[in-house]
Design a protein around this ligand. Structure first.
Ligand SMILES: [Cu+2]
Length: 333
């Protein structure tokens, strides 16, 4: 017999929702291939963590003055030609890699390069810097790369179970001493000790905190993170792990349909509430069905439930600040 708990996330405050759909939520399928062009700027700087500490990062950013950790998702369709221009604004070599699809090789300091490749196989990929592995990726040089099947906005791969809406979660863990070593151009030494855990670059805030429910700060309320739907909806969630730590991903209220791990399609679709998320560029793809939570009493059709990681360190920041880690909200609306 399985026991599931129904931790309610805080209900104080209403999140502002992003107006207008973008990215994956607005994917428009095409009958034929196209060329997708993007430019990424490799930049660096500091991001303040939940405990107030400023941590150094490098990133694939939308422009030369931004610092986007993770880099913005890149979406394309099977068969598309993808042209990525990388402008390296920093004083060290970097690269652009998507496993199985492209490796730019070193892009020297202060130079730019364009890679062109075919998005051969539908699935969820991480793009990252393959130089100085794994340290540059750990310092923030990564983002999600999504290849949709031809002519479909409702499948993970042709013939897969279908969804209504889709999300991309890039999970990361951060040891600030590693990031600082990358800044100094030296190889990190000593044991890896992650102190921060993020979902699409953000950590949770708790009710009462000044940034609670701020969609640009609170991982539980950011519209790219927070899963929203109504009874009958089905949300595809592409979960990618840019970090060093493997995780146990737990969904509340309903089990998910487990479609793939590391882009390997599952021969049978299992329903699970807790999934193993491999580290170092691992990933899982799941569909969250918005069905009445079977164990809720009294029965409900609306409400907020958490997704959090069950390896407990991930729910902390700075070595102890509890519930300032990697989690988000599942919102039945
Ligand atoms: Cu849980």
């Amino acid at each position: 017999m399985q026991r599931r708990t129904f931790l309610k996330t805080g209900t104080a405050g209403l999140a502002a929702h992003a107006s207008g759909l973008s990215g994956l939520l607005a994917w428009a399928p095409r009958a034929s291939a196209a060329t997708v062009r993007r430019t990424l700027y490799i930049t660096d700087g500091y991001i303040t963590q939940p405990d107030g500490v400023d941590v150094y990062f490098k990133a694939f950013s939308a422009d030369a003055t931004a610092l986007d950790v993770p880099g913005a998702p890149i979406e394309c369709q099977e068969g598309d030609t993808v042209e990525i221009t990388v402008v390296n604004t920093l004083s060290s070599a970097h690269s652009f890699v998507v496993d199985g699809l492209v490796d730019s090789g070193a892009i020297a300091a202060g130079t730019m390069a364009t890679v062109s490749f075919t998005a051969t196989t539908a699935g969820s990929y991480l793009y990252y810097d393959g130089q100085n592995q794994p340290y540059n990726r750990a310092a923030g040089l990564h983002g999600g790369f999504v290849v949709m099947p031809v002519g479909s906005s409702t499948e993970l791969y042709t013939g897969s179970p279908t969804f209504v809406q889709q999300y991309l979660w890039v999970v990361h863990d951060i040891d600030p001493t590693w990031n600082e070593a990358v800044r100094q151009g030296v190889t990190p030494s000593g044991r890896y000790e992650p102190l921060y855990f993020t979902l699409n670059g953000l950590s949770m805030r708790v009710p009462g905190h000044p940034d609670y429910a701020n969609p640009s700060i609170d991982a539980g309320y950011n519209p790219n993170n927070k899963i929203r739907g109504s009874i009958g909806d089905r949300a595809l969630i592409r979960i990618l792990n840019a970090g060093q730590a493997m995780h146990s991903v737990h969904f509340h209220a309903n089990h998910v349909e487990w479609l793939a791990r590391n882009r390997q399609i599952r021969p049978d679709i299992w329903r699970k509430d807790t999934l193993f998320l491999p580290n170092n560029r691992g990933g899982v793809d799941v569909i969250y069905p918005f069905e009445p939570p079977p164990d809720a009493h009294p029965p409900v059709t609306t409400g907020k439930f958490p997704m959090h990681l069950h390896d407990e360190m991930t729910q902390t920041a700075g070595g102890g600040l509890y519930q300032f880690g990697c989690a988000t909200t599942i919102s039945f609306e």
